[in-house]
Design a protein around this ligand. Structure first.
Ligand code: MV4
Length: 512
């Protein structure tokens, strides 16, 4: 596909904050944004902001956002030129991508063949080895028997990870510390893989101790060009659920960034990748990095890359799908400043992260210098139990990591979400954690600290609200004392009154 064709209408096959993000990108390009919605999302922010919205089914995902065939049919019916899948749901289903290709529409994403190649861990491992991308030492083919597993493990050396080829994102893998654990792990992982993925192929890798999760954002066009936009540090996760992401990584040097970027570009080229994608690496404590998997979609944490590179990833996703070529401004992009993203979940950090559905009675998002909110909800909105509990993301940018952290702390003081429980109180204590401040992160750090009770959600909003009430009372007291005495000539009150009058005389004229 080398010809450039401008889209007039795009259907968004998603919901929540990512549907809102894509609507914004489309609107800035003058393209009509159509969206689908389930019965639970009839009054969602995405529906309100879209140009057209179509009911796709009842609340459960399998009857709505996962109805690939119905979504492609709808896109054809409404005259959409392309489908943006967002993340999750159908975004990494090769069969959905193929249906779109067969219908003569564009997927704003990679070719189905690339999704397929990266969907199999064993196949992608083989492809990466052939392309010269470093992978974790281990096997290259499916283990046929327990004997073969035991032999391979002793050749690699313990500890080892047993992984399902069709797994990913933490599903279908087991840590094996010694030979005695192999038999049970082998049987369990195999039968789990067969049951969850319909594919019982498993293989072994050397276990990397206390690594970081560092991923590289890439873009590929339909003219043979692939660029790297640098890394994101995503080590702060809770049970394979990312919580905080930042760019750049506190430990990646320009030289390491260049080497990881080159490896990521080779990975993408090896599968004929186009559009936006992410290559995940484990970075070990000695500074070696290893390919883990490739996410063939736009990611939740894409804004931190946008903030430090100035590159609008959604705009480029659309441009690439329209057949446009990546420009030279995307060559050798270096990060400027530092960005940190927090995922705001409707979960109760005081009660083991139980989902917290309900009505958002009050929502005040932080503003001011270096603050961005990618939020999928509004005040008065209702959070259902049907989908991922992420409300949106708070992203801050600073000239360096220290400034980003100070802005994050300040933004967390401003934010108010009432009516439901959220992870905000946890973050208020996280931004004061010495290891987080120092950038001493690894993939197990958050689970470790939570288990040790080191992040007892502090500075609960109730506390801050009390402080505000106290301040308001004191202010009121001062005012009544001041008005009892004659106002000083040219004093503060007179000054503000006059300023207020001048503002109102100007009216809206100066601003509109
Ligand atoms: C590993 C590993 C250590 N050694 N592989 C977890 C999700 C999946 N993408 C791969 N994962 C891991 N693979 C080897 N050989 C540790 C993890 C891992 C992890 C990786 C990234 C982010 C968070 C993680 C949390 C636990 C384990």
């Amino acid at each position: 596909m080398a010809s450039v064709r401008k889209f007039e209408k795009v259907l968004i096959a998603n919901r929540g904050e990512i549907a809102v993000r894509v609507i914004r990108g489309l609107r800035e390009l003058g393209i009509k944004a159509a969206t689908i919605y389930s019965d639970a999302d009839r009054r969602s922010l995405a529906v309100l902001l879209s140009d057209e919205a179509y009911r796709i089914g009842p609340a459960p995902s399998r009857d709505s956002y996962l109805r690939g065939d119905a979504i492609v049919e709808l896109a054809v019916e409404i005259g959409a030129d392309a489908i943006h899948p967002g993340y999750g749901f159908l975004a990494e289903r090769a069969s959905f991508a193929r249906r779109i290709e067969e219908a003569g529409l564009q997927l704003i994403g990679p070719p189905s063949s690339a999704i397929e190649a990266m969907g199999s861990k064993l196949e992608s491992r083989r492809l990466m080895i052939a392309a010269g991308v470093p992978v974790v030492p281990g096997g290259e083919s499916a283990l046929a028997s327990l004997e073969e597993a035991t032999e391979t493990a002793s050749a690699i050396g313990y500890s080892v990870m047993l992984k399902a080829s069709a797994g990913g994102g933490g599903k279908g893998m087991r840590l094996i510390r010694e030979p005695g654990e192999m038999a049970a792990a082998f049987r369990a992982t195999r039968s789990e893989a067969a049951a969850s993925f319909g594919d019982d192929a498993v293989y072994l890798e050397k276990y990397v101790e206390q690594p970081r999760h560092v991923e590289i954002q890439i873009l590929g066009d339909h003219h043979g060009k692939v660029v790297s936009l640098g890394e994101r540090e995503c080590s702060l996760q809770r049970r394979h659920q990312k919580v905080v992401e930042e760019a750049p990584s506190p430990v990646v040097s320009p030289e390491l960034r260049a080497r990881m970027g080159e490896a990521a570009v080779r990975a993408a080229e090896a599968v004929g990748y186009t559009n936006a994608g992410t290559v995940e690496f484990l970075l070990d404590r000695s500074g070696e990095f290893y390919f883990l998997e490739m996410n063939t979609r736009l990611q939740v944490e894409h804004p931190v890359t946008e903030m430090v590179t100035g590159v609008d990833l959604v705009r480029w996703q659309i441009a690439i799908a329209q057949g446009e070529a990546l420009g030279s401004e995307l060559d050798a992009v270096e990060p400027r400043g530092h960005a940190i993203e927090l995922r705001l979940y409707a979960e109760d950090p005081f009660r083991n992260f139980a989902p917290s559905p309900g009505v958002i009675e009050r929502l005040r998002l932080p503003e001011g210098p270096g603050v961005r909110n990618d939020c999928g909800v509004y005040e008065g909105d209702e959070i259902s139990i049907h989908y991922d509990p992420m409300l949106g993301k708070l992203i801050v940018w600073g000239a360096d990591r220290g400034e980003a952290l100070r802005r994050l702390r300040r933004a967390l003081q401003e934010i108010r979400i009432e009516g439901i429980r959220t992870t905000v109180p946890l973050y208020r204590s996280l931004v004061d954690d010495a290891d987080f401040i120092a950038g001493n992160l690894d993939i197990a750090m958050l689970d470790r600290k939570l288990e040790a009770g080191e992040l007892t959600p502090a500075h609960a909003s109730e506390h801050t609200d009390l402080t505000l009430i106290a301040a308001a009372l004191e202010h009121g007291l001062r005012q009544s004392r001041a008005s009892a005495a004659p106002a000083p000539e040219g004093g503060r009150r007179g000054h503000w009154r006059e300023a207020g009058r001048r503002e109102s005389l100007r009216g809206g004229g100066a601003w509109s």
